[in-house]
Structure formats: C-alpha cells, structure tokens
Design a protein around this ligand. Sequence first.
Ligand code: R1P
Length: 296
Amino acid sequence: MCLIRYRLRLSKWRDSKMHGIWVGVCTPGNEPHMLPILWQNSSLTHWQISYCILALYTLCDLQFSIKLLLKSKNTDHLKFFTKALDVENGLTVTRICACVSQVTFPVRVFKLLGVETLMVTNAAGSLADSYSCGDIMIICDHINFPGLAGLNPLNGPNDDKFGPRFPPMSGVYDKSLRKMAFDICKNMGVSQYVQEGVYCMVGGPNFESIAEARFLHRLGVDAVGMSTAPEVLVASHCGMRVFGLSLITNKVVKSYEDNESVNHEAVLEVSKMRSEMLQTLVTELISRMDINNNTA
Ligand SMILES: O=P(O)(O)O[C@H]1O[C@H](CO)[C@@H](O)[C@H]1O
C-alpha cells in the first residue's frame, strides 16, 4: 500500500564521473534521494529486471536502501529498465510470497548487475531490556531460525558461480560499515537512539507468544523480525558486503503480567516516525561509501 507513495525516476539522473545511472527515489513533496545505479552489460530478461525493480520498490518502502555498482552504460537495458518501472501492480508480490528462494532472487540479480554492497533494513520488536521504541539497532549478527530448521535459500544444488557449497556465516555484517554508521549517527546527534545487537528472523506471520519471546531472549536475541536473514545469507554467499539496520518498532511482550500486545499498525506508526532519520543515515552512509570507493 505505501509502496505506491514512492516513485523511482531514472531518466534525469546520470553521473558522468561514475559512468552510470542514478535512480532517484522520491516521496511526494520531498527532494529525491539518490541511489547510484550503474549498468553492466548483462543479459537479463525483462521479467528479471521487473523483479529487480520490484525489489527496489520494496526496499525503499521499508527504508531499505541499496548500493548498486554497475560497470557500463547499455541503453538497451536502460529502456527495459525504464519500462519495468511501470510495473506497479506487481509490487506486493515479494511481501505476499513466502518462498525464500523467490524473496532472495533479486539479490542474485543485483549481484549479476555488479552490486557489491547490500544494505538491509527492517522493522523489529525488541527483546533487549535496554532498547526503546524508535531505537535503531545496527545489526552485528543474526539467528536465522527458519534457516536452522531447513528453510534455507541455499537449499538445492549449489551454483558455484555464485559461491561455495558451505559458506561461512561469521563476520557477515561488515565491521567498517557498522563503525561508519555509528560515526554518522554521532554527527547527526542521534547516538542516544543507536544500539548494536543480534537480530533473529522467525517465520511469522504471527507475532511471538510470551514463551517464544522468553526463549529468544535467553538465546541472546536483541531484536526479532520476520525477514532479512535470507537476503543477507544469499548476499554473503555470493561475496557481497552486507550492512543491516533494525528499527525497533515495539517491545516484545515477555511477561504474563503485561497486558500490552503488539500490532502491525503500531509498527507502521513508528516506522513513519523514524523514516527521515533512517533516510538521512542511509544516504550519508552511501555517500561516504562512494568516497571510500573513489579513493581506494
Ligand atoms: O521485516 P520487515 O519486512 O521490515 O517487517 C516486519 O514488520 C512486519 C510485522 O509488523 C513483519 O513483516 C516483520 O518482518
């Protein structure tokens, strides 16, 4: 539903220095936020590109941003890309579809397009007692519950072109990007809202029972949500650098004495409240990453 509020504009944004294309993500009445997209000569079908755009829309809606680094201009693909932007009716597909291989498909498309860094954001409930609603948690690690139970996007024959059969999952969330994010938050004067912690993905779509919440808390989980781990897993498998943020939208109920209960509307409300701060953080992170890349 919110997805419709966002528009991706392609035509105007070109950056000759980077030999590529910029995509501007606009909200009504706001200046566009720039996402650099440089195009690589690849043989993607129109359908694949549409899927990629679909993912971009989803990402933007979730305050989930992305850095795409492609390597050359290809006007044929550019036409496809522009055309694919019209596919608004398909936007809900990734949210409805529960299949981890479909949800992670765009990550591999991005990889083929030359994407080097994946930035993920999500809404999550806090289990850590020191967290408050509206905090931003920089993800330092995750527990992939569906993955541990066998629901893993890397199931099936391994495609060695992307990565190894048994990829390591230690150190997935890039340390230098995490530090950069902390520094940016300090400069923004919002350090008091920033945490670092462990995200746990559960299958959902229900919120946790009290016993489940206590169980996760004892496992060392700081925030829980229903997404992110599969995309991160696939990105890491194919050698992409990963950075992740959780916006703490609610406290997970852990006590039988507590009469509160979480609901999706409250989650959306907090997301809206913090969207500007998250956008500033992500935009600044992207621009600093550019500086790093250019000077590297
Ligand atoms: O993880 P994202 O997609 O940000 O959304 C989170 O918020 C929704 C529940 O309100 C769930 O989909 C949960 O995963």
